[in-house]
Design a protein. Structure first.
Length: 344
């Protein structure tokens, strides 16, 4: 058998790697011939490479393909790169869209690994690049801050509940307030770390400043977007970005009898979605273009939250446009583009 290409598709979970090994022969027919599970840790990585060496042809190109799944794929990706293995990481929505073409009725870790393998065999994929250290640091810092902010809300609610009770416990209040002061201190430290991180990389600082010309978007939001997308590394167009964030609109329709209401998929990066909420509210208040969009959509369907999500999606798309065009936000240019889009 003359084999042209070999692909290992990997479905990554927190504790295990579910893999499928496939090959493409000279007649361009694909075959999935081996499946295994390995632990998602270094001993599992070592066992997987030994298994690969035993079951693949040495002089035929081999590529590992997997989804970008939060943080669980990162150690494995670094390990593969360190060992000289060609690796491609694709956006989850690409795989889910591809699976629909395969008419997969039951979705399991095994069928996902099969689909990833077939995707790798059929497509010409780019090699994965290790994340830019600045973007990686920004992602870690903004996620840490987000966790502190969430915990601080809980503490404030506990303080309010304790103070509102008939007989507040003084020592409990002292401890709660100490924790609150600590969280405020740590949040300030994180903001200083983010500023220092940007000062250390002038190119990234320039991108952040450009994105911050969009009304409603500040340094923290810009840092979140760049950190969560690794500087838009896997993004090729606006649609991919909104889908990656889970802000893409999904419709459910079956014939003429069943039709669900369109809604955002939420099958994406929750950190991106969360980061766009407050900027959207600010943009609606202070930017005429976004305010007009909000008013127009509310007048059409009367649902404010749906209109706010549309503004979130628009703001996120704008960040990518400014990044790609290396340009600052121009409300007149944006309004003109929006008008042309509506006339199409």
């Amino acid at each position: 058998m003359n084999v042209l290409r070999q692909v290992l598709g990997v479905d990554v979970a927190q504790k295990e790697l579910v893999v499928t090994l496939g090959r493409l022969n000279q007649e361009l027919s694909a075959e999935l011939y081996l499946r295994r599970k390995f632990a998602n840790k270094e001993t599992g990585f070592e066992a997987l490479l030994k298994w690969l060496k035993k079951n693949t042809i040495e002089n035929v190109p081999l590529r590992v393909v997997m989804e970008a799944t939060g943080v669980y794929h990162q150690k494995f990706a670094y390990y593969l790169e360190d060992n000289g293995i060609d690796l491609s990481i694709v956006l989850p929505n690409k795989i889910s869209n591809y699976m629909r073409t395969l008419s997969v009725n039951t979705i399991t870790d095994e069928t996902c690994a099969d689909a990833i393998t077939m995707f790798g065999l059929e497509r010409k994929l780019e090699n994965w690049k290790r994340p830019n250290k600045t973007y990686k640091t920004l992602q870690q810092l903004v996620r840490e801050r987000d966790q502190i902010v969430s915990e601080r809300v809980v503490i404030k609610n506990q303080i309010h509940a304790e103070e509102s009770g008939a007989e507040p416990h003084d020592r409990s209040l002292v401890r709660l307030n100490e924790r609150l002061r600590l969280m405020n201190k740590q949040e300030k430290e994180i903001k200083l770390d983010i500023d220092q991180c940007l000062k250390n990389n002038a190119a990234v600082k320039e991108i952040v400043d450009r994105i911050c010309t969009i009304p409603g978007i500040g340094t923290l939001t810009a840092a979140t977007i760049l950190g969560e997308t690794n500087g838009f590394e896997l993004i090729r167009n606006k649609k991919q970005l909104t889908s990656y964030a889970g802000l893409d609109v999904k419709e459910k329709q079956s014939g003429t009898s069943v039709k669900g209401k369109p809604k955002i998929s939420k099958k994406g990066n929750r950190h991106l979605r969360k980061a766009m909420h407050l900027p959207a509210l600010t943009a609606i208040k202070h930017d005429q273009g976004h305010k007009d969009l909000f008013v127009r959509l509310v007048a059409r369907h009367g649902i404010k939250m749906k209109a706010i999500v549309a503004v979130q999606r628009k703001l996120l798309e704008l960040t990518y446009i400014l990044f790609k065009n290396q340009d600052n936000y121009d409300p007149q240019k944006t309004a003109k583009s929006e008008k042309e889009r509506q006339l199409q």
